[in-house]
Design a protein around this ligand. Sequence first.
Ligand SMILES: Cc1ncc(COP(=O)(O)O)c(C=O)c1O
Length: 471
Amino acid sequence: MSPHMESSAISKPLINLLRGWPNPSLLSVQLFDKATHRVLTNKANAIPGMLYGPDEGDARLRKGVASWLTSFYSASKPITEDRIAVSGGASQAIANILQVYTDPIYTRNVWLVSPSYMLVFRIFEDSGFAHKLRAVPSEDDEGIDIDFLRAQIRMSEEKAIQDGITEPHLKPQRPWAKVYKHIIYAVPTFSNPTSKTMTLQKREDLVRLAREYDALIICDDVYDFLQWPSSLHATNLSRDKAALPRIVDVDRYLDGGTKRPGADGFGNSLSNGSFSKISGPGLRTGWVEGTENFAYGVAQTGSSRSGGAPSHLTATFVAETLESGELQRYVYETLQPTYGRRYQKMVGAINKELIPLGVELPQTERDVVGGYFIWLTLPHPLKGSLVTKRAEEENLIVAPGQIFEVPGDNADIHFERDLRLCFAWEEEDKLVEGIERLASCIRRLQSEGGGEPLSPAAEAEMHKRLVGVRS
Ligand SMILES: Cc1ncc(COP(=O)(O)O)c(C=O)c1O
C-alpha cells in the first residue's frame, strides 16, 4: 500500500470525473421507445429503414437536422438538406472525411487546437498522419493563437515546396472531391477538454487563414446545444438560440462566402454534429454539414457508395424524434437545465474548495457556458499527474492535462499543471464530494511542497491506463 493511502480511502465509493459520457438517467430511452415503435409499425418508414439507404443518409433526418440548425444558429440563409450528410457519429465522420479529402503525403499537416480531445489523435494516425500532428496553443481567453498557426503553416508550406510535393500522391482526381493541403481540428464551442469557446473574431480570422492556405477546418460541434447561463441569476439568455455562429456559418457569409469568385465550391470548414451527447452515444449517428459540394463528397466515400450512409436504421428513429419536435424539447427542457444544475454544483464546490488553494478556471467572464467539462489549472508547483495519482488513492478519477497533449509533436505546448473534470457522467449527488476529495489531495500535496514527482515510466503507464490503451 502506498504510504499516502489511508485505510478509509479504500472504502470510499468510486467517483469518476474523467468519463465523458452522459449519465444513464440522461439517455433519451423513452423517446426512442416511442420513436422506434412508430417507425417499425409504419411500413412506409420501416421498409426503407431496413434496406440499404441513400449515400447522403435518410432524407427525413437530413431535413430535420437542416431545419433545427437553421433555427438554432439563426442562419440568415436557410440551411438546406443538401448541406447535410448523415454520419455514424462525429468520430466515424472524421475518418470518412480524411479518406475523401486528404492525402497523407500531399496534405502537409494536421493542426490541432490544443489541449485537444484525446481520442481524436488515433483517427488522424489511422489515416496516415501520425508524424504530421501539430499542436496550436489555445491558452489565451480567445480560444486559438492565430499568429502561431499562421507562422507554422507558412513554414510547413515552404518545406512542402522544398520537398517537391506539388500534387496528391495517393488519391486519384475525382470530380466529387478535392485534396486539402492542411487540416485544422478544433472544438470551438464548449471545448473538450477546456470548455472554452472561441471568440467570433478568432473564428473569422481562422476562416481567412484556412482560405489563404487551402486548409479544411474540422469542427467538432458536438456540445453546442448543451448551453446555459453562467450565472444562476441570468434571465435573458436563450435556450434555443446559439450565442455564436459556427465556423461553418462564418465560412458561408464572410467576405463573399463559399461561393465568392475564384472559390472552388467545397468551402474551408465543416461542422461535425452528433446525437451522442444530446440523445445517447450508442445511437452512433450524427451529421456533417458543409457546402453542398462538400456534403456530396462525404456521401461519395467508398463505404457509403457500397452500403449507404452509416447508421441508417437508427437515423430513421432519430428523424422521427426530430420531426415530432420531441428531441428538441428534450434538449431544451431536460438536458440543458439538468446539465446546467450539475455544472453549477461543481463550479460552486470549486469556488468554495479549490479557488482558495490557488486553482484557476479559464474564461471566467462568460455569460453562456456549456458542454461536459471544466478545466482547472493547478497552483505552482503541483503537477496534474501527481494529483491524479493521489486522487486515485482516494477512489477519485480525474483526467491529467497531459493526456490532451498532441502526441509526437515536439512543440513546447504542455499541460502538466492542468486537470479536466466532467460533470456529466457521475451521479449528481457525488459531484461536490468529488471536489472535496480533490481539495484534500491538493492540500496534502501542498503541505509536502508539491510531493515527489512520478517517474516518467509511472506517468506514462498511468496516462495509457486512463485513455484506455492496451499494450
Ligand atoms: C470533441 C468530441 N468529438 C467527438 C466525440 C465523439 O463523438 P461521437 O460519439 O459522435 O463519435 C466526443 C466525445 O466525447 C468529443 O468530445
